[in-house]
Design a protein around this ligand. Structure first.
Ligand SMILES: Cc1cc2nc3c(=O)[nH]c(=O)nc-3n(C[C@H](O)[C@H](O)[C@H](O)COP(=O)(O)OP(=O)(O)OC[C@H]3O[C@@H](n4cnc5c(N)ncnc54)[C@H](O)[C@@H]3O)c2cc1C
Length: 403
């Protein structure tokens, strides 16, 4: 009997735990440890700041799902991992031993990257965490009463520009709906060298399409932007541009989860687990990682302003599946090993661009690609909504065999 511990219970952790249990059956004792009792469908956080979704609409408890699959769930938090002792140190349950470990702990926000970037300072908002997305809704309600300039974007070093674009276009739509668009000067700031780079080198036609949207919706954009200073009512860029604001929403750079930063033998300087193409740690062969917690090196060289690669839901699910399969292979003597470099995973994303929806498909995330398309359509957020319902159902039922 092998003892497998999975840290994290969202996209990557949920998939890895269910898959490894399915492969090992009674030969595997699988335990998931997570500080969150609920699964949260993070892509729909872009709708929380407009009241289109409440957190209860996009969450469900994970314990019953794991229980049904014969997986133990411990509501606790890993504080650090000691890979030499095969041990996870938890906050409430002491030290727990494993034969195999899957790290799927997501990210932590690097709000210290720029003074006053932390929403706790009370200047700018952020949508990457549930409570912060709710706070951003409160900021919007204030703006509605007293409209003025708005800044939306991603900071230098960020890697989740897609969500910021979605928030931008949804905000623009909401401002029109609330009949205050003319009173709001809307600015988009991004570290990307061109619109629609997305941290994957861009997609043919993407920059033109996004430029057209920006012009159509009267949004002023600033590429290669890096923030020098955030003050109460103005943001200064390093090129000297000063942008006043009444409300701002900025995506910060990401770091590994706190517990990983305290486990230096497993991670890079940012706290991401360093793995091979089978999502196995390069030195500790019984440690795997999946999803946002994996180190991915940007393949597109140095840009004027640094930024990172987005690790979206589909690759997170694939990484979880590969990690589970490789643990199974190891228990069978390790003759087989499944590999899929991150850059070769297909790109599948639906971007809600407010009045439109853009479907993004690439045969692989990183160039060179055989095909990559961005297809705009007029269905507003229809397919994104269907995807949300599908993903919530899939995970609630524990149907990890589905994409
Ligand atoms: C606003 C926003 C919009 C997005 N939109 C899209 C989109 O449209 N399409 C798309 O494909 N992707 C999107 N993404 C990315 C997508 O959300 C991620 O790819 C996905 O959440 C990654 O899954 P994960 O399991 O690696 O991490 P997470 O979903 O972040 O889960 C991390 C898990 O680890 C747990 N954890 C944290 N610390 C510990 C600890 N110390 N010990 C144990 N467990 C711990 C957490 O409680 C959680 O259960 C978006 C991201 C954001 C922020």
């Amino acid at each position: 009997m092998s003892k497998i511990i999975v840290l994290g219970s969202n996209f990557a952790g949920m998939t890895a735990a269910i898959k490894v249990k399915k492969y090992l059956k009674k030969k595997g004792e699988v335990t998931v440890i997570s500080p969150s009792k609920n699964f949260i469908y993070i892509p729909s956080l872009i709708w929380v700041p407009f009241g289109r979704r409440k957190l209860e609409d996009i969450t469900f408890p994970v314990e019953p799902v794991f229980k049904k699959k014969g997986i133990e769930f411990i509501h606790d938090k890993a504080m650090k991992i000691d890979p030499d002792k095969n041990e996870v140190v938890t906050e409430k349950n002491g030290k727990l031993k494993y034969d195999y470990l899957v790290v799927a702990t997501g990210i932590s926000n690097n709000f210290k990257a720029i003074p006053n970037l932390d929403p706790a300072a009370g200047y700018v908002n952020c949508i990457v965490e549930p409570k912060l997305a709710e706070k951003t809704y409160e900021a919007y309600k204030k703006l509605k009463k007293n409209p003025g300039p708005v800044i939306v974007g991603a900071t230098q070093g960020a890697s989740c520009m897609g969500a910021a674009y979605e928030y931008l276009f949804n905000l623009e739509k909401q401002l029109r709906k609330d009949k205050i668009r003319k009173k709001v000067d809307l600015h988009w700031i991004t570290p990307e060298p061109f619109l629609g780079h997305f941290g994957i080198g861009g997609i043919a036609g993407g920059a033109t399409m996004l430029k057209t949207f920006m012009k159509m919706f009267n949004i002023k954009w600033h590429t290669n932007a890096s923030i020098k200073k955030i003050e109460k009512s103005k943001i200064t860029l390093n090129d000297g541009t000063v942008l006043p604001y009444k409300m701002a929403m900025l995506i910060p750079p990401f770091l590994g989860a706190e517990a990983l930063k305290k486990s230096p033998k497993l991670v890079d300087e940012k706290g991401f687990v360093v793995t091979n193409e089978g999502y196995q740690h390069i030195k500790y062969k019984n440690v795997f990682a999946a999803g946002l917690s994996v180190q991915v090196i940007a393949p597109f060289g140095n840009c004027a302003v640094p930024f990172g690669v987005p690790k979206t839901g589909y690759p997170s699910d694939i990484m979880g599946k590969i990690a589970a399969k490789n643990i199974y292979y190891m228990t069978k003597g390790g003759k087989n090993f499944k590999k899929k470099p991150f850059g070769k995973i297909p790109g599948i994303c639906i971007m809600d661009a407010g009045r439109k929806e853009v479907w993004i498909f690439t045969n692989r995330l990183f160039k060179p690609r055989a095909f990559a398309v961005m297809i705009p359509n007029i269905f507003a957020s229809l397919v994104k909504t269907i995807l949300e319902k599908y993903m919530l159902l899939k995970n609630k039922k524990g149907w990890a065999f589905l994409p």
